[in-house]
Design a protein around this ligand. Structure first.
Ligand code: GUN
Ligand code: ZN
Length: 429
């Protein structure tokens, strides 16, 4: 079996950093080595301590290697929706996003865009994604095929939506159930792939479809569930009007058995204390989408309040409501959202969040999110001096924290020197 040693500075988290001085929460090795074999990390140590017998050495010094970034919420068929000029969420969906997603009934377009989409992710250092496909089974199929070809860890699902959208973008309760069941049978657990049961949100699913989603969830406890919750005020009002028996927006999903510990709830911005308590009780995972929330003017995610209630928050790009594939830019905007609420995001916590933190939120930390021996060999090579402006800032960097914060505030795909997926370099350099 091919053996490779990657030499660089290495950083990987052991647990979530509690304070800016919590240097015990990570392992940082100045001259480190990763031994890669069979798509997995076999050793994570000082370079000198690694057995180099029969191994090719790839030297990435002086760059910094971290686990590959994990994006827990984005939309495959919105690759060409980014930067569409809209007043707010519901206009943006109706005017740009729904018309664009209707194009994904075409398998050829899906195959072409699946390649472009996964390439954009790895160019930006993202090695695992949880993506919404379109309503068409063919879109999920194309994304699974392409991720499988790359041996990339990916969770996706065809969207369930049967109302309040154009005809070409609606399934039925029955066809959505049947298509999802067939996709789960074909793809869930195959290689590095997983299926997410994906009712888009309450507005676009009838009660009959919500019952179908509930049945899917019951039949497949191993599958993630993903949906949108409490993103903006007009969406909340319409959802509650469409489900008058529910006490609030969160209760709509609760009534259909869609809240559990592998449920991912995009946005979760305007929640009452009751709703926060219900999410905490279910162990569901709110997903913070800062570039999207600022771009669509949706609101400010209250990270501290949710954490204080015991919730484990994930973080994500939400392409194409989000404006960047970069999880570095996602952190930059996330930092500002929290600043506006008097909350501070320390760079150690930030980089924990997009690596091990999101892996924990997905229940996948035994496989991804760290450089620990036994993990899948997904990692990213970063250069904090990649642009002239970053290089000037780095001239005055004093320590690892300064380097990380420069990456977090100023970094994007230009700071990603290379991305490895299952031990294989993805970027042509
Ligand atoms: N709510 C329902 N669908 C979507 C979507 O595609 N993007 C965002 N940001 N919110 C949604
Ligand atoms: Zn979304």
């Amino acid at each position: 079996m091919e053996r490779k040693i990657i030499r660089a500075r290495l950083l990987s988290f052991l647990r979530e950093p509690q304070t800016p001085d919590d240097t015990e929460s990570f392992r940082y090795i100045e001259d480190g080595g990763l031994l890669i074999e069979g798509g997995a990390i076999r050793a994570f140590d000082d370079f000198d301590r690694i057995d180099r017998t029969g191994a090719e050495v790839i030297d990435h010094r002086p760059h910094l290697i971290m686990p590959g970034f994990i994006d827990t919420h984005l939309h495959f068929p919105q690759t060409q929706v980014i930067a569409s000029w809209a007043a707010e969420l519901l206009d943006w969906l109706n005017d740009y996003t729904f018309p664009e997603e209707t194009r994904y009934s075409d398998p050829e377009l899906c195959a072409t865009m699946a390649r472009a989409f996964l390439e954009r992710l790895t160019d930006h250092g993202t090695t695992t994604a949880v993506a919404y496909a379109s309503v068409h089974a063919t879109s999920a199929e194309a994304l699974f095929v392409e991720a499988h070809r790359r041996d990339m860890r990916l969770i996706t699902g065809k969207v369930l939506m049967d109302r309040n959208a154009p005809d070409g973008l609606c399934d039925t309760a029955q066809s959505g159930y049947d298509d999802s069941t067939a996709l789960i049978a074909r793809w869930h657990g195959k290689g590095r792939l997983g299926y997410a049961i994906t009712p888009r949100f309450a507005i676009t699913s009838s009660p009959a479809q919500m019952e179908a989603a509930q049945a899917l969830a019951q039949n497949h406890p191993e599958c993630h569930i993903q949906t949108h919750l409490s993103e903006n005020h007009a969406e909340i009002a319409l959802s509650c009007q469409l489900y008058p028996d529910a006490v609030d927006y969160t209760d709509i999903y609760a009534r259909y058995g869609l809240l559990r510990d592998n449920s991912l709830l995009g946005h979760a911005i305007h929640l009452s204390d009751r709703e926060i308590g219900a999410l905490a009780e279910a162990g569901a995972k709110p997903v913070f989408c800062p570039t999207s929330n600022l771009y669509l003017g949706s609101g400010l995610f209250n990270d501290n309040k949710l954490r204080a209630a015991g919730l484990c928050n994930a973080i994500a790009s939400d392409i194409g409501g989000g404006t960047s594939y970069s999880m570095l830019q996602t952190l930059a905007e996330g930092y500002k959202v929290l600043q506006l609420q008097g909350q501070r995001m320390h760079p150690y916590r930030a980089f924990h969040w997009i690596t091990r933190g999101n892996a924990v939120a997905l229940g996948l930390v035994d496989r991804i999110g760290t450089l620990d021996a036994g993990s899948e060999a997904d990692f990213v090579v970063l250069d904090a001096g990649a642009t002239p402006a970053m290089a000037l800032r780095m001239d005055r960097a004093r320590n690892l924290m300064d380097e990380l914060f420069t990456l977090q505030v100023m970094g994007d795909d230009r700071a990603v020197v290379q991305t490895y997926v299952a031990g294989r370099a993805q970027k042509a350099i």
